[in-house]
Design a binder for this molecule. Structure first.
Ligand SMILES: Nc1ncnc2c1ncn2[C@@H]1O[C@H](COP(=O)(O)OP(=O)(O)O)[C@@H](O)[C@H]1O
Ligand SMILES: [Mg+2]
Length: 273
């Protein structure tokens, strides 16, 4: 039910591969963020004129900000024999700067998003996310605002710290907040088959075959790349924790993102359902 009553809940991730140059440390593609923000704003305005309410959680990957440090310090494993807690400082420092660049570009694209710091509201136990405080997210959504989260370094009961991917934060959040649509923007036009063609729909019959050939990422990505992304989205949709999921490419003026937000299409790959 999209018109009238309740709002449609959306989770949109702008992939680190799409908004940064993952091969070069700390390089943002601000233009991509601005274009995406403009598409989000246009979609929200169109929905409003149609009398539909959309609640949106925006997120972004850590790209060449978080991942490069995370790889260097093996931060997934926690406190390092040689570097100790340095990873926590470096990654927080890097993600704080990325977050600022990100929300400023969103603002240039016409949004006023509110950045939340995942390391302060999430925690892990032996590498698995064990806590995510959704209250600030819910509260901001209640006021019609756009909370922003991102992959981050988080405290870990056993390891001292570990890395939480945007996908793992989404999974935790989805336990308490059901998203009707999840949209992830990638530097590829969705999930590609071995010939480089977009797979339009990963349905229950296709999932195991797709996972058998999916690799991680061609660039530094310590949290499992495309494979983990597809696994996460498939699990959420097939367990009913999310209504639908789509991975799309960051192409042109991002009118595909606008369509995906409005639920009128968007191309790329539909995952699950
Ligand atoms: N079959 C595939 N289709 C699409 N992308 C793939 C595939 N296999 C590996 N990838 C890689 O996965 C990357 C997207 O995952 P990732 O780097 O984790 O993105 P993000 O930065 O959004 O987290 C793509 O940039 C690509 O390098
Ligand atoms: Mg990733």
């Amino acid at each position: 039910m999209e018109a009238g009553g309740r709002s449609v809940k959306l989770f949109v991730k702008l992939g680190g591969s799409f908004i940064t140059d993952k091969s070069a440390p700390e390089t943002m593609h601000p233009r991509n963020v601005v274009l995406a923000a403009q598409a989000v704003r246009a979609a929200l305005e169109e929905a409003r004129t149609q009398g539909k309410r959309i609640s949106l959680v925006l997120s972004h990957g850590a790209g060449s900000f978080g991942h490069i440090h995370a790889k260097r310090f093996e931060a997934v494993k926690g406190v390092h024999a040689q570097y100790g807690w340095e990873a926590f400082y470096r990654i927080r420092d890097s993600m704080a700067r990325m977050s600022l660049l990100f929300i400023r570009s969103c603002n240039e694209g016409g949004l006023f998003p509110v950045a939340l710091q995942p390391s302060a509201i999430a925690a892990a136990d032996d590498g698995n996310l064990s806590r995510f405080d959704v209250r600030p997210v819910k509260s901001l959504l209640g006021f019609g605002q756009i909370p922003v989260i991102h992959g981050d370094i988080v405290p870990d009961e056993r390891r001292g710290f570990t890395i939480a991917s945007t996908e793992s934060l989404l999974k935790a959040m989805a336990q308490e907040l059901r998203f009707d649509r999840i949209i992830m923007v990638s530097d590829t036009d969705g999930v590609l088959d071995n010939d480089g063609s977009t797979i339009p729909w990963i349905d229950p019959r296709a999932i195991s075959q797709v996972l058998s050939f999916l690799r991680g990422s061609k660039s530094p990505d310590v949290t499992g790349g495309m494979r983990k992304k597809v696994e996460c989205l498939y699990d959420l949709v097939s367990s009913g924790k999310a209504g639908s999921a789509r991975i799309i490419g960051g192409i042109g003026d991002l009118s595909n993102l606008k369509a995906a937000i409005l639920g009128t299409g968007g191309g790329g790959t539909i995952v699950g359902g």
